[in-house]
Design a protein around this ligand. Structure first.
Ligand code: ATP
Ligand code: MG
Length: 474
């Protein structure tokens, strides 16, 4: 097996060898090198203990050093390459983990051999190593054969492996999405039987694998595998719930299939590093995945065989926030995803009747920093097979985007504020801080969006007349 290895990596091997320590490249880097995929970080395993190899790693990694988890035996360092990119290396002492059936994390024990270390890894394709600096290929579980066959197989009995660390079930599915591989039959069978075990894994670890799945080349395939396996019933039950029984008239589309299509469309609309929606974009992808989860709980069969999903946008936004919070996603992502879901139907009315400038302003202000993503989600949501309908919709969105560009030339929509601030409002009306000031501010913001800038004097008149109406109502 010939593998091209960067000179900096071989150099690290030579430095370990000089101290009579073993070092081997392991895991994802070996797999990706054999597959011809880009390697983003290099994992190594060694016979040395962290306190023994720390000085070597510090010397090698002149451009950065970090402690990944000294008590788990892992230290990291990086080296700036001539290309300007960083090569990051994480080195872990040989391990032979033991597992407590109810514990969320394996108990860490140091091991004594490379082969022993490889046997506790997740899949045969991740159990290959290259000893350094000799470049000896080590593959005790014939990972290279599974790699050729595109198969994910555990190196030891699959039930034992998934029982030891149930997160491996999520990892299998993540690799389905990332590499396009299949899960070998007996491994898949064990996975289907053992999905319940995922409940002992911490939400953070599940979140990290789900994130990698969503950022992979083919998240729709990964989500489908997650649903097929039964794991989604536990970690993301809103998705299998989209497979609603079709009504007798078959009047509405299969929401589950529609969702996977929307996810694929949304990905195709990502712009790349220089555009407004980078590729891959977690926010847009998760929003696409969850945009219709409000449908099952809001479904109503109306007279005449019609089906409605009243307020599924609002309901779905709340459900998404709850689920993402349970999965420990960060607040900003939760906020953005739920905003996108709550606004995903807003544009639809535009197709029949183009909006006033005021409605366009509101759309831009309400979507805020999610504007570019919202337009993409909205476009992606059109999965009709009616070509004419789809073209009309796209043209309407093109028109809206052109109008927004024009409006932005004239006014700074990111800074839309009422023409009177809180202090001025209190002074003009002669009132003290309280809910009335908030109500007045809201009204003046609505005026600003509806009518654009009307000037200070007109704003004062408007405020006074609104206040008079309030008095009459109260
Ligand atoms: P990538 O870095 O491309 O996401 P990877 O295979 O390198 O994929 P990591 O999560 O970086 O995945 O893990 C590095 C290696 O550690 C894996 O290749 C595998 O050998 C081993 N490994 C990681 N997680 C587990 C686990 N839960 N159980 C067993 N082995 C694992
Ligand atoms: Mg890795």
């Amino acid at each position: 097996m010939r593998i091209q290895i960067r000179p900096e990596v071989v150099e690290l091997g030579k430095m370990f060898q000089a101290h009579r320590y073993e070092l081997a490249l392991v895991g994802g880097a070996v797999r990706d090198l054999l597959l011809g995929r880009p390697v983003h970080d290099y994992d190594f395993t060694t016979s040395a203990r962290p306190e023994q190899f720390e000085p070597i790693l510090r010397e090698w990694g002149r451009d950065g050093f970090w402690d990944m988890g000294r008590k788990f035996g892992t230290l990291g360092a990086k080296r700036r390459l001539s290309s300007g990119k960083d090569l990051s290396a994480e080195v872990t002492t040989y391990r032979s983990d033991t597992y407590n059936p109810d514990s969320r994390k394996p108990e860490v024990n140091y091991g004594t051999s490379l082969e022993g270390d490889l046997s506790r890894r997740d899949f045969t394709i991740n159990c290959m190593a290259v000893r350094l600096p000799s470049l000896t290929f080590v593959d005790p579980f014939n990972g290279h054969i599974d790699l050729k066959k595109h198969l994910l197989r555990t190196p030891v009995d699959a039930r034992q492996s998934f029982d030891d660390d149930p997160l491996r079930m999520m990892r299998a599915i993540r690799f389905v999405a990332q590499l396009g591989f299949d899960i070998e039959a007996s491994t898949a069978e064990a996975l289907m039987d053992m999905t319940d075990r995922i409940t002992i894994v911490s939400a953070e670890r599940v979140r990290d694998e789900l994130t990698k799945l969503m950022l992979s080349d083919n998240p729709a395939q990964g989500i489908d595998a997650l649903v097929d396996s039964g794991l989604a019933d536990i970690i993301l039950p809103e998705i299998p719930a989209l497979k609603m029984t079709i009504d007798p008239q078959h009047r509405h589309k299969d929401v589950y299939k529609h969702t996977l299509l929307v996810l694929q469309h949304a990905i195709a609309l990502e712009t790349g590093p220089d555009g407004p929606v980078p590729r891959p974009d977690l926010t847009l992808r998760i929003a696409a995945l969850l945009h219709d989860i409000g449908k099952p709980p809001t479904r109503k069969f109306e007279a005449g065989g019609k089906v409605s999903f009243l307020h599924h946008d609002v309901v779905g936004a709340k459900m998404a926030a709850r689920r993402l919070k349970a999965l420990k996603f960060d607040k900003q992502l939760i906020h953005n995803v739920s905003k996108l879901i709550s606004l995903h139907l807003r544009f639809h009315g535009y197709v029949d009747e183009p909006w006033t400038d005021s409605a366009v302003r509101r759309y831009v202000v309400d979507s805020g920093s999610m504007y570019a993503r919202l337009n993409r989600l909205t476009r992606a949501d059109v999965t009709t097979s009616n070509v004419h309908k789809a073209e009309t919709f796209d043209a309407a969105m093109d028109e809206l985007e052109a109008r927004v560009r024009d409006l932005k030339k004239k006014e700074d929509l990111s800074k839309v504020r009422p023409e009177l601030d809180g202090t001025e409002i209190m002074k003009i009306l002669g009132i003290k801080p309280g809910p009335e000031v908030g109500a007045a501010y809201k009204h003046m913001l609505a005026v600003r969006m509806d009518r654009g800038e009307i000037g200070h004097d007109a704003a004062v008149d408007e405020l006074k007349s609104w206040w008079k109406d309030q008095g009459q109502q109260g």
